[in-house]
Design a protein around this ligand. Structure first.
Ligand code: CIZ
Ligand code: SF4
Length: 319
């Protein structure tokens, strides 16, 4: 514990000396979330992390999250240095949607508007017309449908199917999934609900259809957090990465939070819904990237400018 306190003090000193700010995702270790807040940074979803970094006066952004989040921060803030504790921290959606394969898919369907989820590389965003996040995906696809557009969607098939069902849009889908959310189980959730009558079921739309179908609230991480704070219920069953429970407990103290079941949930494994790449973020890594200037995110300028256009289209739409 003494060692941890020392690492925290050294990070604080480095942040100050280098005019740097720490932004953390809801899914990373609670210590990192607390440190981000204690040092004037933020804890939020991927979009808010990028926006916060863009609007902050710091010259260096330390992004505790996964690679596409660091890239998004760099895309919005090219003049800033963006560091990450571990550049190997990525995402199954990003990994499963390689830029050249994706470009071929797009080339084969030139009649469709290309809409990609935030969880993609800068190179994939550069090939897209629109980027969306889980909080605005429905309204943007609805808008495109209303304009008579057909859509090419990538990479998360569960989120895509949910949007297709809600909007009735014509969507051709890439076959990607989040390895964390894909593991939530509808049958086990149904049984768990019977044990907790009246519990509010909160589901991230990267989850399978059988899980989304049982939700009281379907939404992005920020929307699920807001639901716990604002809606009264005897308990809340949460179907998203369990890293978010740390912030939920802080913002809604005393509320009963229950993790939604995954296949791994059993007497021996009660909390399997945690992203292995988010888990690569640690205090030591934050200190190392600040002290050594390691883990810097680079995005080539041509790619960055194109990807920026696709993110800006969304930002203008939600403004
Ligand atoms: O599942 C993720 O990685 C999410 C929800 C990212 C984000 O904050 O948009
Ligand atoms: Fe990607 Fe899923 Fe991890 Fe989020 S939780 S970074 S979507 S693998």
């Amino acid at each position: 514990a003494a060692e941890k306190a020392e690492v925290i003090e050294r990070i604080k000193a480095q942040l100050k000396a280098q005019n740097a700010v720490l932004v953390a995702h809801y899914y990373v270790d609670g210590d990192l979330q607390d440190l981000a807040l204690a040092t004037g940074g933020c804890v939020s979803d991927s979009l808010e992390m990028a926006r916060f970094g863009r609007d902050h006066a710091a010259q260096t952004l330390v992004v505790a999250g996964v690679k596409f989040m660091g890239e998004s921060a760099k895309i919005l803030s090219p003049e800033k240095r963006v560091l990450m504790p571990d550049l190997d921290a990525t995402c199954s959606l990003d990994l499963g949607c390689e830029a050249d394969d994706f470009a071929r898919f797009c080339d084969a369907h030139p009649d469709r508007k290309v809409v990609v989820y935030a969880n993609t590389s800068a190179a994939v965003k550069a090939r897209a017309d629109w980027m969306v996040t889980s909080s605005c995906a429905l309204s943007i696809v609805q808008h495109l449908k209303d304009q008579g557009e057909k859509i090419l969607w990538a990479p998360d098939r569960h989120l895509g199917r949910y949007i297709e069902k809600q909007t009735g849009a014509d969507m051709l889908m890439w076959n990607g999934a989040c390895i964390v959310h894909d593991e939530f189980k509808g049958l086990e959730l149904d049984l768990l609900k019977k044990d907790h009558p009246g519990a509010l079921v909160l589901v991230h739309p990267e989850s399978p259809e059988s899980v989304v179908a049982q939700a009281d609230v379907v939404g992005s991480t920020s929307q699920l957090l807001k639901a716990v704070m604002e809606i009264d219920a005897p308990a809340y069953i949460v179907a998203t990465d369990n890293g978010i429970l740390h912030r939920m407990r802080q913002l809604a103290p005393g509320k009963k939070l229950i993790e939604a079941p995954t296949a791994g949930n059993s007497a021996t494994c009660k909390s399997c819904a945690h992203c292995p790449w988010m888990a690569m973020n640690a205090l030591q890594g934050v200190l190392a990237c600040l002290e050594q200037g390691s883990g810097e995110i680079q995005v080539d300028e041509a790619t960055r400018v194109k990807a920026h256009g696709c993110i800006d289209r969304m930002l203008d739409f939600v403004a």
